[in-house]
Design a protein around this ligand. Structure first.
Ligand SMILES: Cc1ncc(C[n+]2csc(CCOP(=O)(O)OP(=O)(O)O)c2C)c(N)n1
Ligand SMILES: [Mg+2]
Length: 573
């Protein structure tokens, strides 16, 4: 008789830890799991699949974790990643930390070894105090020891991941828990359906009033949209606010498309001008971190600036510079309150300002245009990206995944986005290797075609998931910008022995990798080739990998952020 059971239990229907976890997930509408099987969660995966949960098996937990992270971003429900103990857990942990840094809701559920043995450090199979390891790297971490607590455990994990500022949560499920048996009725009653998991957080009316006063005082207003604004799914209200304000807006990378990049107020192509010359800056779900040069220094110019900051996390305020008007609340509620307060007649910003921004933008767009039309072979970034830009324009519903250095920075500037949450990239940390996990989750969660534009180095971190893409027959076209290396393919090792640290095998044929798994491979040496190959892939919806041959000398060190490389004060001899 199982521990904790009474005599009468034997005649009653029973359930166990396996089924309680499955039932708890389903009760809360969590119907997809991204993971890698093994002890102690292999049977759990099988049972979850049998119970109607979609369980996607990856080749490496880190990629499953990145998939769960972006699933959370796209759906506002925690993405679930499932891993085995110690090594699998650690592989998933990078993605959990990435989710937390990016404010994506995600739950890493990991099997773990026996507490009694782990705590006495007696050398259990895959022994590790996973809860302690996870804690500093996520928003919250929980362990469930009793089957009767599974419902509460998952409820705490869900609420922690999505409420307030979303983030990653770790849920530790020791092997023994899965096999624990309890009365089925009591088990059912122990489950918790989380009601209103991310409650609205309404901003104070006085904060809204203050923010509108500051905005109204602006001669040169600017609105910056972050991925928090895209996450909020308050798309119509955000568009109304931007349009009513008449201010130029600058989308951060993953906020592109919240309003189309071709919108007359979009200042994407006049970024340096608006950052330097604006006098009032309203940040919506964007943080003043390194990506915005911490709100100070050369990028932001000399003129005094006032910041209005809309964010759900009060501690974000004044994190880098003084915030004149903090508005704390969820983005949807904040934007709705601001719109209310603006009323019917909001004065347009001075035409001198909006005109100057529009002029700069047109100049920059015109300067870029001929470069995007070149048909050079081997291709440069502009020729190749010019083609992909048109393909996204013609297929605005497709999801664009993007990583690399030059491949990322140039694609971000060149490829216009037209709809919200269609651009998925490396996020706050600039992580290489998020591409395939993001592409898989994007296809699975939205059912839309995916175009993944990948540096050859970036792809190397996650390329084995090409098999996963083929196995699940996902409509993903991967384009590898193959410039033979990291940043460039031209470095030479001065010592003359091994290859230089930043170069790969020259002329590699990544297209052959996907053919090994039954996918379609193309080798594209010109923009015309690339156009044909990608259009065919997007039309067919078949797993495709295009090896786009890029001039190895075309890129620059670290793409657009070469200035972050440390320099020695010692002059070279
Ligand atoms: C996990 C991780 N490891 C290492 C890096 C450092 N890094 C930044 S960009 C990059 C690769 C850039 O090369 P590639 O993807 O080929 O793009 P390219 O500039 O050549 O177009 C690397 C390794 C990183 N950002 N993330
Ligand atoms: Mg490269």
């Amino acid at each position: 008789m199982a521990e904790g059971m009474t005599k009468t239990d034997e005649t009653q229907e029973l359930t166990d830890g396996f089924h309680l976890v499955i039932d708890a997930l389903k009760l809360n509408g969590l119907n997809t799991i991204y993971g890698v099987p093994g002890i102690p969660i292999t049977d759990f995966g099988r049972m979850a699949q049998a119970a109607g949960i979609r369980v996607l098996s990856f080749r490496h937990e880190q990629n499953a974790g990145y998939a769960a992270a972006i699933a959370g971003y796209l759906t506002k429900k925690p993405g679930i990643c499932l891993t085995v103990s110690a090594p699998g857990f650690l592989n998933g942990l990078t993605a959990l930390a990435h989710a937390t840094t990016n404010c994506f809701p995600m739950i890493l559920i990991s099997g773990s070894s026996e507490r009694e043995v782990v705590d006495l450090q007696q050398g259990d199979y895959e022994e590790m105090d996973q809860l302690a390891v996870a804690k500093p790297l996520c928003k919250a971490a929980f362990r469930v020891l009793h089957a009767a607590d599974i419902g509460i455990g998952l409820a705490r994990a869900i609420r922690s991941s999505v409420s307030g500022r979303p983030g990653g949560v770790y849920l530790d499920l020791p092997a023994k828990l899965f096999g624990q048996v309890m009365n089925a009725d009591a088990g059912k009653k122990s489950l918790v359906k989380v009601i209103d998991a991310a409650p609205a957080q309404i901003p104070a009316p006085s904060a809204v009033k203050r923010a509108l006063e500051v905005l109204k005082s602006a001669k040169r207003p600017l609105i910056i949209l972050g991925k928090g604004a895209a996450y909020a799914q308050a798309d119509d209200a955000i568009r109304d606010l931007v349009e009513k304000s008449g201010a130029p807006f600058l989308p951060m990378s993953m906020a592109k498309g919240l309003l189309p990049d071709t919108h007359p107020q979009c200042a994407g192509a006049a970024r340096s001008t608006v950052l330097k010359d604006s006098d009032v800056v309203m940040l919506i779900g964007a943080r003043l971190n390194w990506l915005l040069s911490h709100g100070k220094g050369k990028t932001w110019g000399e003129a005094p600036k006032k910041f209005i900051h809309i964010d759900i996390e009060p501690r974000e305020m004044d994190s880098n510079v003084e915030i004149a008007a903090p508005v704390v609340g969820d983005i949807g509620s904040c934007v709705a309150s601001l719109l209310d307060g603006m009323g019917g007649h909001w004065p347009a910003p001075p035409a001198e300002w909006t005109g100057a921004v529009a002029k700069k933008r047109e100049e920059n767009v015109a300067k870029m245009a001929p470069r995007l039309m070149n048909n050079n072979a081997p291709m440069d970034y502009h020729g190749a990206l010019g083609v992909l830009r048109t393909i996204i324009k013609e297929r605005p519903d497709a999801i664009l995944v993007n990583e690399g250095a030059n491949t990322l920075d140039l694609a971000r500037g060149i490829i216009d986005m037209y709809k919200p949450r269609k651009r998925l990239d490396v996020g706050t940390w600039g992580v290489m290797g998020v591409g395939m996990g993001s592409a898989i989750a994007a296809a699975v969660e939205t059912g839309k075609p995916v175009l993944a534009v990948e540096g050859d180095s970036a792809f190397g971190f996650c390329g084995m998931e090409g098999e996963t893409i083929c196995r699940y027959k996902l409509p993903i076209c991967v384009v590898i910008f193959n410039n033979d290396g990291i940043y460039r393919g031209t470095d030479v090792n001065a010592a003359g022995s091994d290859p230089a640290t930043t170069v790969f095998v020259k002329g590699s044929r990544y297209d052959k990798m996907i053919e090994a798994f039954g996918g379609v491979g193309f080798n594209a040496t010109s923009p015309d080739d690339l156009k044909r190959a990608v259009n065919a892939a997007m039309d067919s919806g078949k797993p495709t990998l295009v090896n786009a041959v890029i001039d190895p000398a075309a890129g620059s060190e670290s793409g657009r952020i070469g200035n972050l490389n440390p320099q020695s004060a010692l002059k070279k001899k």
